[in-house]
Every structure is written in C-alpha cells, then in structure tokens.
Write a protein that binds this ligand. Sequence first.
Ligand SMILES: Cc1cc2nc3c(=O)[nH]c(=O)nc-3n(C[C@H](O)[C@H](O)[C@H](O)COP(=O)(O)OP(=O)(O)OC[C@H]3O[C@@H](n4cnc5c(N)ncnc54)[C@H](O)[C@@H]3O)c2cc1C
Length: 440
Amino acid sequence: MHNYHKSLPLIDCFDVIVVGSGSAGSPAAISASRAGAKTLIIERLPFIGGTSTAVLDTFYGYYTPGSQSIKVVGGIADDVVKGLGEYNASFERPNTFGAGTGVTYHPEYLKVVWEKLLMQAGCSILLNAHVTDVVKKGDKIIGLVVATKDGLKYYEAKQIIDASGDADICHQAEAPYELAGAVDPAQTLTTTFKMVNVDCEKRKTIAKKEINALMEEAAASGKYNLPRKEGSDHITPVSHMTATIMTRLTSFRKEGDVTINAADPEFLSHAEIEGRLQAIEYIRFLRDYVPGYEKAELSTYGMQIGVRETRRIHGQYRLTSEDVLSAKKFDDQIGLCGAPMEDHHDGEGVRWQYLPDGKTVGIPFRTLVPQKIENLLVAGRCFSASHVAHSSVRSMAQCMVMGEAVGNAAVLALKTDTQPGNINVADLQDTLEKNGGILR
Ligand SMILES: Cc1cc2nc3c(=O)[nH]c(=O)nc-3n(C[C@H](O)[C@H](O)[C@H](O)COP(=O)(O)OP(=O)(O)OC[C@H]3O[C@@H](n4cnc5c(N)ncnc54)[C@H](O)[C@@H]3O)c2cc1C
C-alpha cells in the first residue's frame, strides 16, 4: 500500500455534474441544462456518445417488436433522431435482429448531434477527463477528482449523476451494487468491426440463418476460430460498408470468491486485445465464405470493446424478469420499454424472451436512485435490475429515457430543496410528458 496526498485546485462548482456522456449521460446533461441548472458533463473519451458512437450504430427500443411497431419513447430521443436527419445520417431498419425496428445511424454524425444538443442547452463539456474518485461528507458526495492531461483537478456539485455505464461513482462512493458475474452471469463482450467494399446487393442473396450455417461449417473445418456462430452484419448509411456484431468474449471469471469482470483494468486490457484478434478470424471467414464479401476490407474496429454490463447498482427498486415479462406498470415509471430480454450469455446462442405482443414494461424511477448516497442518481446500463431484466431495458432508447428523467429529477430536487429520492415523482412525470416523453 502506498499513501499519496495532494492538494487539488477547485476548478468550479456546478448544480449538476454528469459523469459519462453515453446514451444515458448526454440526455441527463441536456435535460438538466434545459431545466436551468449549471451543468457539467465529464467524459473520459475525446468525443460524446459512449457506446452509441464508439461501438455501435443502431438504436433499439424506440419501437416495440412483434406484430405492431409502436413507438414508445419521445423527448430528447426524438431530438437525437431529428438531429441525425439534418445530416441525412440515419434510416429505420424494420424488425432487425429480433429487437424490433432499429434506427441505424452514422456514428460520426451522431457525435456532432450529441455535442450540438449539449451546447445548445448551455451545458459545459469536459472531454478526455476521467473521474477517478469522489469526496464525501457523510452520505453526500461534495466533489469529484478528475484526471486530466494537466493532472488531477477537483470539481464540486450539488447533485451528481452517474452515467458511467460501469457505476464508477457508486463504486467510489461506496453505494451498494452487485458485480455482474458475481450474483448472476454477466453478458458477454463484443468487439464490433466494419467492412468496406462489400457488394451489398450480392450479400442480400443469403439470409442471416444461412450465414450462421456457414459459420458452423467454417468453425467445424478447424481453420477458423469462431466462438459465436449466430453473429450478424447489417448495412450502414455509408454505401458498400457493413457493420457487424459477431465476436464473443467471456465477460468474467472467478478466483475463489472473487469475481473479476470488465470493471477490472487488466481483464479489460486483455479483452480489448483478444477482441481484435477474434475479429480478424471473422473477417477471414466473411471474405472466404459469404457472398458479397469477396473483395471486402476491414475499415475499423469499434474504438473500444463493447461492454454490456459490469456493475448493477442496488437502487430503491430492482427490476426483475417477472416485471418485464408481465409488462408490469409502476406508479413512479418515467418511461417504457418493449424490447425483448436479449441475453448474450457464454457458450452458444442468445436467449430471447419477449413481452406480450405490443406491450411494454414501465421503468420505475426508483431503479435510478441508489441506496445510501443522498445526492446521487444513476442512468443507463448500471441501473438497478436483475441480469435478465437488464438485458431488455438497457437498449439505447431506454438509456436516453432514463437520462432525461434523472437530469430533470436532479433539478427538481434542487428547486424543491430536497434530495432526488424524496422528490414528488408526479411533478417529474408531468415535466417529462410536457417535454414529449411517453410514460403510459
Ligand atoms: C456489443 C453491444 C451491442 C449492443 N447492441 C445494441 C444495439 O444494437 N442497440 C441498442 O440500442 N443497444 C445495444 N446495446 C446496449 C447499449 O448499447 C448500452 O446498454 C447503452 O449504450 C449503454 O449506454 P450508457 O450511457 O449507460 O453507457 P455507455 O454508452 O457505455 O456510456 C458510458 C460513458 O461514460 C464514460 N465513462 C465511463 N467511466 C467514466 C469515468 N470514470 N469518467 C468519465 N467518463 C466515464 C464512457 O467513456 C462512456 O462514454 C449493445 C451493447 C453492446 C456492448
């Protein structure tokens, strides 16, 4: 153990600081700023968007799957799609991948859309900045320690929103959570990649099922290391370019009683390297076996490995798979989710479980309120849910809904001189509905 003491410069004090700028964090900061709070968003990457811009290109959760495609989110989620439309940078893909209609976008334009929405709302943005610790007084966080190019800095805020995806702030503040893999399994990790020079017309001549059969065949030949046999590819807004969700990496291991997952820096480093090696095997397979890929080339890997879950907080309520499957409604719901439970588990296959056709589960506000720390809210993939319930409600559209809710909740707490766990949720619901949210 090495003790390290340093006095840090206080850079500024904010009403609200949002940590992480993914599909959850950005709407949280936009809504807090729009509601009049002096807001800072802190992001460790050099751009906004998190998984939405660093890893992926399709929003799920805007619509219910099944026989009816019912739109179940609004508010800032609509502003995002409108912003993409200004660049002609998105299109809807009907009923892709079993998850309902997806909104496929160009992630480089999405970066700009997120940044413009934040700036238009008046939010301060700090990029390339990693929140590494919290300073607490009793059960409140009073400040954050931020690692920057210029060394460690200190920022204060009255309300903190943990949208780090990995519940980093809850972890540092000792708010209770479970490690994915320790209680229930953790969903597998995926390195995404994009291919160019694809003959997309020729590619369309075979269905996903047939590609999966070819994967089985290639793997059985012993010449390709393809741990996952049901991966998929899809077209993108760039002509002759496809994007893939194909690789599969183990997301945790046990050492005695200790669970190690992608929240561990060494585990994550190994997964990043292994993911790219695995992607190369799938690229070889695509070029050798799949019509349309004969002359294709690798364009890019996702700029980081896709991590589905690491820490699930213990909030005031824990959403369960029974809640999801029975399409349960809650008095304190701040949004809806119709997405199926899509469990990317170790081994073969993805386990899909659907809600009744056309139905949605409510997302309770209490799943975003951590225990123990008074002035802290969470949004996004670290919200309070069981492993299986998480696999439904983690879609990016629902992360946006959570973000918009907690941004407004933090401001409501400030305006009514209380803490987020004690706000009048009916007032929050009114605000969300007035701003275009779909709650019922
Ligand atoms: C491989 C894969 C495929 C998926 N497919 C889809 C799909 O097709 N469609 C869909 O809708 N959903 C999909 N999902 C789920 C969805 O993408 C995620 O649940 C969602 O993006 C999570 O959003 P978030 O804002 O909670 O987290 P993230 O998007 O991960 O954002 C967290 C942000 O916080 C930042 N951050 C983290 N720690 C710190 C820190 N200490 N200091 C500063 N910044 C920090 C990160 O850099 C990041 O920008 C997929 C997920 C994966 C991994």
